[in-house]
Design a binder for this molecule. Sequence first.
Ligand SMILES: *Cc1c(COP(=O)(O)O)cnc(C)c1O
Length: 364
Amino acid sequence: MTSPSPRPEILTIHPYVGGESKLPGANRTIKLSSNEGAFGVPPSAQAAIAKAAEEVHRYPDGGAHQLRAAIGKRWGLNPERIVCGAGSDDLLYQFCLSYGGPGRDIIMSEHGFSIYEIAGIYAGSRVIKVPERNLTADLDAMLAAVSPSTRLMFLANPNNPTGSMVPAEDVARLRAALPPEVLLVLDSAYAEYVTHPDYDAGIKLVDATDNTVMTRTFSKVYGLGGMRIGWCYAPPAVVDVLNRVRGPFNVSVAAQAAAIAALAEPGWVEKGREHNALYRPKLAAGIEAAGLKVWPSEGNFVLVDLGTVEAANAADAFLRTNGIIVRKVAGYGLPHCLRVTVGTAEEVGLVVEAFAEFMRQARG
Ligand SMILES: *Cc1c(COP(=O)(O)O)cnc(C)c1O
């Protein structure tokens, strides 16, 4: 008997591992495993979702006109150059499926966001992972990996799970050195959290070229990860491609309403950004004071280096017995590290104390 089988490369894909949410038996779980914003759902978005319940027998506006107008207004962009997706992951898949494919290589950095690899293999592309320097994308090495077959390059900036950032000037130099037929995707999911002065999320480069796109998400600082909304800013030709291939109703009625409301929530982004700017260093310093290395981060998370796989696994197990879930990142080639999201002030205090206690016990 033969049975249905996918293309062989599909079975080489490792399923995406999301952050866990619950610990059996724990009466309170502190979830610091998915980089969700520290403040929950914006109140106006909650109200908009409740209101949307009355309208969900209707299909959504497939063109997300109101939402694109609101995004355009917020960032000073032409709504015609914006495409919305069911999370930015949706758009990352569409880039791979449209611009990738057999014989069309995709380049990413060694510890880059795992969706690029999953979507790239799915599309039938060869996905080339280029070694990093100091857990930061090595742009010269990424350029050196380009061949006549290269069609896509992904750069998460800042990157997840490392937290590292590439300065705007270097990204511009990368773009200038890339062949024009290579679409450069700048994934700026954590743009709102960056405090480094040399950062740019990518709008300038999208405007200056016809082969660069920027993706953004409502899943992090906007607190809407569960609604699945992201967007991209792209050249007209790329917008045209995305509008041919994306699901016609890829962003739900409730998701569109929630995003529009979240954009209008007074002070929401400022609050998230200020909290992060204050507590990211506190989280890093607290864990360093416990005797561990913490990599510099421009996101709403830090990468803790435990030195060995055994220590990382032991720390993870210890945190769990204390009701705290962080993210193991072995799937990113970092089995000796743990990624910790910047939570509320209380959560930051609790996770710092848990790392300190782990180190005290480890020292005996
Ligand atoms: C969280 C994240 C996203 C956002 O994904 P959504 O599908 O919009 O929820 C995109 N890129 C990176 C690097 C991320 O960490």
